[in-house]
Design a protein. Structure first.
Length: 146
């Protein structure tokens, strides 16, 4: 049989008290570890969220810049094509106008030349008629004089 005296009871009580304090210490350590783990997880999650947000923002900025560059390039190409087309059309119009003006001038010169030729022909015919009339008159005068 085990005999328990007061000193042994006091000893067990003291050991129990120490175990209780030790148990409370373990609980405190577990609570601290849990808090540290939770804080680390929260910090990691916040860092990941911030990194994802930054990556998304950079991606959006890159997409916007690419879209703006593409739009600017398309607008510049369209403007250059329109200017080239307008210049070509302007040159063609000027060439057509020059050709038309030259054709009109050539036509006017030809009409003047034709009129001058007709006038020369008429004058030559009139002169020939006068010569014929003079020859006829001279012949008639000679015939009458004979």
């Amino acid at each position: 049989m085990i005999r328990i005296d007061n000193s042994a009871l006091e000893e067990l009580t003291r050991y129990g008290y120490h175990i209780k304090i030790l148990f409370k210490g373990y609980i405190a350590v577990v609570v601290v570890v849990v808090v540290v783990v939770v804080v680390v997880v929260v910090v990691v999650v916040v860092v990941v969220v911030v990194v994802v947000v930054i990556v998304v923002m950079v991606a959006v900025v890159v997409v916007v810049v690419v879209v703006v560059v593409v739009v600017v390039v398309v607008v510049v190409v369209v403007v250059v094509v329109v200017v080239v087309v307008l210049v070509v059309v302007g040159v063609v119009v000027v060439v057509v106008l020059v050709v038309v003006v030259v054709d009109v001038l050539v036509a006017v010169v030809l009409v003047v030349v034709i009129v001058v030729v007709v006038i020369v022909i008429v004058v030559v015919l009139v002169v020939q008629l006068v010569v014929v009339v003079v020859v006829v008159v001279v012949v008639l005068v000679e015939v009458v004089a004979l």
